[in-house]
Design a protein around this ligand. Structure first.
Ligand code: 13P
Ligand code: SF4
Length: 322
């Protein structure tokens, strides 16, 4: 190694603190900044370990409103940071990886929403929370995977235009035959590629395992599942079960919370062979969290039309609480 290379390597080693040192600095900065750190289950396990609260998207959105802190740091993708900001417009909201975006959040066109509204008198536009703030302004109400069924049932309208996820929309449609659910052809690129063949292979290899799936999976995959739920519901189900083997059809980040909740229980969790990882959630590394707390970077701006984008989120909280 030439001298310049060695100096660069040494400088990089000094710049990257050890995990213990990083955790110490994060804790110290949280106190100094009056910051509370929230993380989604799909972020790296080391990031989840540094958070004050870890949860699914509904839990994080609801929780953020109850916190009494100056600054909320949201470890997740941009629609999550935007939702926290819309529900807490006066609060500083930071994202360690502000460029981390959910591709599904953009998979619907305004023209399509306008066409459906013009076609049906009695229609509610229901936006999965995995949408940009602009898309939320087109909607009557938001939902997450853990409250979608309850919220849709509470709506007075018979026609429901469910955007953007066709898989979650058709999962809900099968449970509300009294409604006419119109689907939009968006999907999560991570859940939508989990194939029936790989699920059947997993079941053949682990015949005693319970199969748990996130409703963003395709209908033929969901048909193989014993249980369908949000990330938090899947985690809770594994933790509460007497079983020891589980096939889990969602992003592998949920394994960290399952391990934390079931110490020494030797629960075996199998994921599809093409391990589902959300590349955007993976960007929220512990080093990015530290840097965000150090320089208070990644501030989420209040989106345009905050009232119109925030109203469907507030309506979701109200209907889900009934
Ligand atoms: P949850 O609402 O289950 O946390 O899911 C969020 C998500 O992005 C799933 O891909
Ligand atoms: Fe979006 Fe899919 Fe990642 Fe969830 S897992 S944040 S839906 S890309």
């Amino acid at each position: 190694m030439v001298a310049n290379d060695r100096a660069a390597t040494l400088a990089a080693q000094q710049a990257t603190p050890s995990p213990d040192e990083l955790a110490r600095r994060v804790e110290q900065l949280k106190r100094e900044r009056g910051a509370v750190v929230l993380a989604h289950y799909y972020t790296p396990a080391q990031t989840q370990a540094l958070a004050d609260y870890v949860g699914d998207s509904f839990y994080l959105a609801r929780l953020a409103k109850t916190l009494e802190c100056e600054t909320i740091v949201l470890c997740g993708v941009s629609f999550m940071g935007e939702s926290v900001k819309l529900l807490n417009p006066g609060r500083r909201v930071l994202m360690p990886a502000p460029e981390a975006d959910c591709p599904m959040a953009h998979m619907v066109e305004k023209a399509e929403v306008d066409r459906i509204r013009a076609t049906y008198d009695d229609v509610a536009v229901v936006a999965y929370v995995n949408t940009t703030a602009e898309v939320k302004t087109w909607a009557d109400v938001c939902v997450t995977s853990s409250n979608a069924l309850k919220v849709v049932r509470e709506l007075p309208q018979r026609n429901i235009f469910f955007i953007p996820d066709a898989n979650l929309g058709s999962f809900i449609a099968r449970q509300v035959p009294e409604k006419n659910v119109i689907l939009n052809m968006g999907c999560c690129p991570i859940h939508d590629v989990i194939s029936l063949d790989e699920v059947r292979d997993l079941k053949a290899a682990h015949p005693a395992a319970e199969v748990l799936a996130h409703p963003e999976c395709r209908p033929d995959v969901l048909a193989e599942a014993d249980y369908i739920g949000s990330t938090k519901e899947i985690i809770n189900r594994v933790a509460a079960s007497d079983g020891s083997e589980f096939i889990v059809l969602t992003v592998a980040g949920v394994a960290a919370e399952i391990e934390r909740l079931t110490p020494g229980q030797n629960k075996r969790v199998y994921f599809p062979a093409t391990t589902p990882i959300c590349p955007n959630m993976a960007k929220v590394k512990p080093e990015r969290l530290l840097a965000c707390l150090e320089d208070l970077s990644g501030e989420v701006a209040l989106p345009e039309c905050p009232e119109a984008a925030g109203a469907p989120l507030e309506r979701m909280l109200e209907l889900a609480a009934r």
